[in-house]
Design a protein around this ligand. Structure first.
Ligand code: SAM
Ligand code: ZN
Length: 334
């Protein structure tokens, strides 16, 4: 009869060979300081949403000991600020089909994964999902430089693209990181910067495969009280000057022949339309882009009933119920 020999494992810190059941107590007794740093590292990866398998790839403890450590950490929640990944009921929309016309309408805004629609002025996840699937491939790098609550990056992670997000507001950056704390495709965890869309100097030229973004519509909705550089504090004329810089940066970072999709709406002043959408489109054309598609996106938060219905008749104007989704292509032959 063969004798089954229990395997021994080398200590991470002193190379002593140990049985698995003695391993942790050896660390605690002989390498207290290193052991504490190890716990902190496990905690950090766990709180960022890594699975046990992925944590094991980062921290070479004998198999099974990471989950022992995590159980220990969650029992001692008070001392260690352990957080479970967000609970998710469904990972994808039901009966999803790509849009095929220039009119898009999503009466149900979409609440799969961690999408929740709470952030004011967020966009329906159906929009980035359509854009990402149509204009990029798995492993491509996708940028949203007006990140907000992270809708685009939730989709890049679900769809296995490398997401990069930028927002001027540090609170918003925190919120989007929170919304991205779910346990799926962790190797596609996006990178997020608290920075200004007009200056993406941390992104190199011709490096992005797709831009998919939703800027503020001048000062129609203000996103912060007084953050320097927040474009939602600018009137239309100043906004257009600044959006030109956004268009130029977009053009610089995008690879040639790739797409840049921007959602933008119009507004009304003194009973007349201000064509903010077309003005923004023009700035992107001036920056060198060509126009691939103009999509009309129906707005569902517009209330054409009661008070507003009567106003529309009384003052003879129509309620704006659409936005533009422009899809540009970088096309330069140098
Ligand atoms: C329309 S919201 C984006 C919403 C996002 N699509 C979502 O689903 O949550 C516009 C965002 O642009 C941000 N923003 C304003 N000025 C900016 C700037 N100069 N650079 C980067 N982000 C900016 C605001 O903080 C706000 O979060
Ligand atoms: Zn040791």
């Amino acid at each position: 009869m063969k004798k089954i020999m229990a395997k021994k494992f080398k200590c991470l810190f002193c190379s002593e060979k140990l049985y698995k059941n003695k391993y942790l107590s050896h660390l605690k007794d002989n390498h207290r300081h290193n052991y504490n740093s190890l716990l902190k590292e496990i905690l950090k990866l766990n709180n960022a949403g890594y699975t046990i398998k992925e944590i094991e790839n980062h921290i070479p403890l004998p198999e099974g000991l990471i989950s022992v450590q995590l159980k220990y950490l969650s029992k001692n929640k008070k001392n260690y600020n352990i957080r479970e990944p967000l609970k998710v009921d469904s990972w994808a929309p039901e009966n999803f089909a790509l849009e095929a016309t220039t009119v898009w309408s999503f009466p149900e805004r979409g609440k799969w994964a961690t999408h929740n629609g709470k952030y004011r002025g967020n966009w329906s996840p159906y929009i980035p999902r359509n854009i990402i699937l149509r204009y990029s491939e798995e492993n491509d790098t996708v940028l949203d430089q007006f990140l907000g609550s992270g809708t685009t990056l939730i989709e890049t992670k679900l769809l296995k693209r490398r997401g990069i997000g930028v927002d001027i507001n540090s609170e918003t950056v925190k919120l989007s990181k929170e919304n991205l704390r779910f346990n799926k495709n962790k190797e596609y965890q996006p990178i997020i910067y608290n920075a200004d869309a007009r200056n993406l100097n941390f992104i190199s030229d011709n490096s992005i495969d797709l831009i998919c973004t939703h800027p503020p519509y001048a000062n129609i909705i203000k996103y912060s009280k007084n953050i320097n550089g927040d474009l939602s504090h600018l009137n239309i004329d100043k906004f257009i000057i600044e959006i030109r810089k956004v268009a130029e940066e977009s053009f610089r970072v995008l690879k040639n022949n790739r797409y840049c999709a921007i959602l933008i709406g119009d507004t009304r002043k003194d009973k007349h339309i201000i064509p903010l959408g077309f003005k923004v489109m023009e700035e992107f054309l001036n920056a060198g882009f060509v126009l691939k598609e103009t999509i009309i996106k129906e707005q569902h938060n517009c209330k054409a009933t009661g008070f507003w219905y009567n106003k529309s008749l009384q003052y003879n104007f129509l309620l704006i119920a659409h936005e533009y989704l422009f899809v540009f292509r970088k096309n330069c032959n140098y």
